[in-house]
Design a protein around this ligand. Structure first.
Ligand SMILES: Cc1ncc(COP(=O)(O)O)c(C=O)c1O
Length: 467
């Protein structure tokens, strides 16, 4: 049955964004390269990921299902390594998606790994990431986490508060007197006051937030003073992360300038030059065809030039640059497959398409007002586009997966929908809300599929509930 198409769009309140394509401009079967994994294509109308038919993935592993194109991830790692060159380092921000397989892939491609909790640290260590290629972040690391990081020999610990400096100094104190023990190398996280042009909850360097030491208040200068006064801590340099999903390098330019001004003061006051400068991550990706993210090459050129220029104008030796991309490595690699359950036309406004997952596997739409697109994956359709909202099965009206989507008017229960660009901050932010088990993650490559994170079961959930 073909359903009523609503090409005019919603009539009340919730209008389509101006850059949303009109129905007439939509090719329902197209796969816009910027938002789909590099290996995505259609064969006889069916979506293929890593040369695997999505219908067989759904049949074998069930839905919802995160399908990760391993070659896509690895090719993006190589692009970053090549673009930033041998004098810089690229650390994958594991918070975007943290699993042993993923960390093995990025590590094999030469990236380090940035972790921000003891849990992520354990995944990295058990994946075999060399400890000196791990950086530990976090704004409230416990004594246990710091102790574990130091004893494992992680490459860098990024200090975020005065309490933490004292805590790490306590952990490192026995090493101060022992010439055979390496001292933990530390970076001081600086809050540069840059307002990145991104969602408020993703901007992390304006002054009114929880991360880092403020430059404006002098806290950053004081943090460096304290670190340098601690026997057992090896001060390596400075860290700044200005936010996420950033398309424009202007914010990095201002942040780098401010951080390097601090580096000049450190040299003047203490006679110490920083050897490391970590500018964090935050490089934006395309979530919908309307997003226009800069290429890795452009980004790298621009950051390397910024650091070179600022250092030479300040007369500073150039520190080693590190960047920490998360979503830019995994975001576009993964597609979430859902099965359509119900389809409801609401008073000529739009069609609500309910799928078998939702805010428990992708909270970003509800949390950040993020935009996604989606496509009918299990077959092609030549029907008219109908304005749809793809919603989940949770008991919340804000349980929206794709706010505005054009889907074919012959969509039916049992069809598979694919939501691209769900590799970052979807599985890692997934929850068991409404006691919905979290989906599996399957890696596809060269026509084969393997589970890298298994699906949770109701038994898993019940086993935590000890009565
Ligand atoms: C310190 C730090 N580095 C890197 C990242 C990765 O950001 P993205 O995934 O946007 O590249 C984050 C994200 O929150 C972060 O806090």
């Amino acid at each position: 049955m073909s359903r009523v198409a609503h090409p005019a769009g919603p009539r009340h309140g919730d209008v389509l964004p101006a850059d949303h394509p009109p129905a007439a401009a939509v090719d329902l079967n197209a796969l816009e390269p910027a938002i789909w994994p590099r290996g995505a294509r259609r064969a006889d109308g069916v979506l293929m990921l890593g040369d695997v038919d999505v219908r067989s993935l759904a049949e074998q592993f069930g839905t919802p299902l995160y399908v990760c194109d391993a070659d896509d991830v690895r090719s993006r790692c190589r692009e970053y390594i090549e673009a930033f060159g041998p004098d810089a380092r690229v650390f994958y921000a594991a918070k975007a998606f943290c699993s042993r397989a993923m960390l093995r892939w990025v590590s094999a491609e030469g990236l380090g790994v940035d972790v921000c909790t003891g849990g992520e640290l354990e995944v990295a260590l058990s994946a075999g990431v060399p400890p000196d290629m791990i950086t530990l972040h976090g704004n409230n690391k416990s004594l246990d986490e710091l102790t574990r990081a130091v004893s494992a020999g992680v490459g860098h610990i990024v200090l975020d508060s005065f309490e933490e400096i004292a805590r790490l100094a306590f952990v490192a104190e026995p090493r101060a007197a022992d010439s055979a023990s390496a001292w933990p190398r530390v970076l001081v996280r600086v809050t540069t006051g840059v307002e990145a042009h991104t969602h408020e909850f993703m901007a992390t360097a304006h002054d009114d937030q929880k991360f880092g030491f403020s430059l404006a208040s002098g806290a950053a200068d004081e943090a460096v003073r304290r670190v340098l006064a601690c026997p057992g801590l090896d001060f390596a340099g400075l860290h700044s992360h200005i936010g996420s999903q950033i398309f424009d390098t202007a914010g990095f330019e201002v942040a780098a300038r401010r951080v390097l001004e601090l580096a000049i003061r450190i040299r003047e006051e203490h006679g110490v030059s920083i050897s490391e400068l970590d500018l964090g991550g935050g490089f934006g990706i395309a979530y919908t065809p309307e997003d226009d993210a800069p290429s890795v090459k452009e980004l790298a050129q621009s950051l390397l030039t910024i650091v070179d220029r600022q250092c030479s104008s300040a007369g500073l030796p150039r520190p080693r640059l590190t960047v920490e991309p998360g979503r830019a490595i995994v975001g576009s690699s993964t597609v979430t497959l859902y099965t359509v359950g119900t389809i409801k036309d609401v008073d000529g406004l739009r069609t609500y398409v309910s799928v078998d997952g939702g805010m428990s596997d992708n909270i970003r739409t509800a949390l950040y007002d993020a935009s996604y697109s989606c496509s009918l994956a299990s077959r092609a359709s030549a029907e008219q586009p109908m304005l749809s909202r793809v919603v989940g099965k949770h008991c919340e009206s804000g349980d929206i997966v794709v706010r505005h989507a054009w889907l074919p008017s012959d969509l039916a229960p049992g069809d598979l929908l694919a939501v691209p660009a769900t590799g970052a901050y979807c599985r890692s932010l997934a929850s068991n809300y409404n006691h919905v088990p979290r989906p599996a993650v399957v890696a596809v490559s060269d026509g084969t599929a393997s589970v890298i994170v298994r699906r949770e079961t109701v038994e898993d959930l019940l086993s935590l509930d000890v009565g």
